[in-house]
Design a protein around this ligand. Structure first.
Ligand code: AMP
Ligand code: GLY
Length: 416
């Protein structure tokens, strides 16, 4: 019997998930809620918000959906996986209580401390005076993290006492993000990388490593964004490093979460740093990374339905197989992003691009695509090495014509 799948979310990450499921011979019908104009080529888009738990559940029951795959963390934190499981529906995504590994920095730090998982030393505070006294007792720069869902804006690297006072005032006195606590941690140095695994309780299936580029402009300059590009095949992470991170970080964390009564069921994303003192955790996410997923899933050789379904049902899966190649993806964003930008510019030439193009923020107007978001498209290319993938991806981007897009020219510079 061919399967019906529901994917929750509507960005480039979900487009990559839909494309991977499309390659599965078992999958017949794919719904995506809410999806986007690009996803609509491979799936039927349903106008339901990713946090509309009751609406999504009713839809899955009505359509006899065999498996649901969750993209965004907001849906997990809203309890979508708990509600689906309670209704007897199979879903790939963590319970709300396990999602705390991402939604609460303090929970994640306490877990790592308790189980000896390597990360920066930290303390957590709710009072301005105590927080400031601790910061002033430590060397600068200081890393200040607002504890809660701050949409990626809750991290400040304070270079001196003045910057630390301003950030703590903002987070603890003015409560710009709401009432919360602040985690203060030591500043670490070294290249960052993303290690995602499929996790079902104690079973941990690794994916290829990737690296994201968070700043808007070349040379890692400009404001932080949702990610301007990513690639796989990281020459600065040895097989020994990878093995260490797999055992002592990803597997150790999956096991710790079981012991805490919050078993994982979905993706565990380790945002890691290779410091002079070894590999350490910068953050965990409870979901596929964006834009890492867009470069990792195209390499999946085995059946995506198989692995999602096994994890969602708590059954042992075959080790996923990955193509022996590397990928690189470059995001085309609206001029002005991540600040103010205009929408509605026509995008021409997409039919001439021969490599995968994942839609992040597009809409259809009079039969053609127009820009409809900050990050608009991600062009991905594969190669035998990163130089080959890089040459290909920029050649494909040159075929796309849109007056209001910009992109970085230096994606993967740390690998070249
Ligand atoms: P996070 O939201 O925790 O991923 O932090 C956002 C970014 O801040 C990370 O990608 C790092 O570049 C930087 N960062 C966070 N924690 C540290 C740390 N302890 N030392 C140095 N940089 C950090
Ligand atoms: N690429 C970073 C994230 O998904 O949070």
């Amino acid at each position: 019997m061919k399967k019906t799948v529901l994917v929750i979310g509507g960005g480039g990450r979900e487009h990559a998930i839909v494309c991977a499921l499309r390659r599965s011979p078992q999958v017949e019908k794919i719904y995506c809620a809410p999806g986007n104009a690009g996803i609509a080529q491979q799936a039927e888009c349903i106008p339901l918000k990713d946090t509309d738990v009751e609406g999504l559940k009713a839809f899955a029951l009505e359509k006899g959906v065999d498996l649901t795959v969750v993209g965004p963390e907001a849906a997990l934190a809203a309890g979508v996986a708990d509600a689906f499981r309670a209704a007897g529906l199979k879903i790939f995504g963590h319970s709300a209580s396990a999602t705390a590994i991402e939604s609460s920095k303090e929970f994640a730090k306490r877990l790592m401390e308790k189980y000896g998982i390597p990360t920066a030393a930290y303390r957590s505070f709710s009072e301005y005076d105590e927080a400031l006294a601790y910061v002033l007792s430590r060397p600068f720069p200081a890393v200040l993290k607002y504890d809660g869902l701050a949409a990626g804006k809750g991290v400040v690297i304070a270079q001196d006492a003045q910057e630390a006072r301003a950030a703590l005032q903002d987070m603890l006195v003015d409560e710009s993000f709401g009432k919360g606590r602040v985690v203060v941690e030591d500043f670490l140095t070294g290249p960052e990388f993303s290690f995602m695994c499929f996790v079902d309780g104690e079973r941990v299936y690794p994916m290829p490593l990737a690296q994201d580029h968070k700043r808007a402009f070349d040379g890692d300059k400009g404001p932080n964004t949702g990610g301007m590009g990513a690639y796989t095949g990281l020459p600065f992470i040895s097989e020994e490093d990878r093995e260490f991170a797999y055992r002592h970080i990803l597997c150790a964390t999956a096991s710790a979460m079981c012991k805490e009564g919050r078993p994982l069921c979905g993706v565990l994303y380790g945002g890691l740093m290779k410091t002079p003192q070894g590999i350490k955790v910068i953050e965990f996410n409870a979901r596929f990374g964006d834009p890492e997923t867009e470069v990792v899933l195209p390499l999946l050789e085995s059946d995506a339905y198989e692995i999602f379904s096994a994890v969602a049902s708590g059954e042992e899966a075959q080790q996923p197989r990955w193509r022996d190649a590397v990928t690189m993806g470059v995001v085309l964003a609206s001029k002005g992003y991540p600040g103010h930008y205009e929408k509605g510019f026509p995008i021409a030439g997409l039919e001439k691009v021969s490599t995968p193009v994942l839609h992040m923020g597009t809409a259809l107007r009079e039969g053609g695509y127009v820009t409809a978001g900050g990050r608009v498209l991600m062009v991905v290319a594969e190669g035998k090495d990163i130089a080959a993938a890089r040459e290909k991806v920029y050649a494909e981007i040159a075929r796309i014509d849109c007056p209001n897009l910009f992109f970085r020219y230096d994606i993967a510079y740390q690998a070249l």
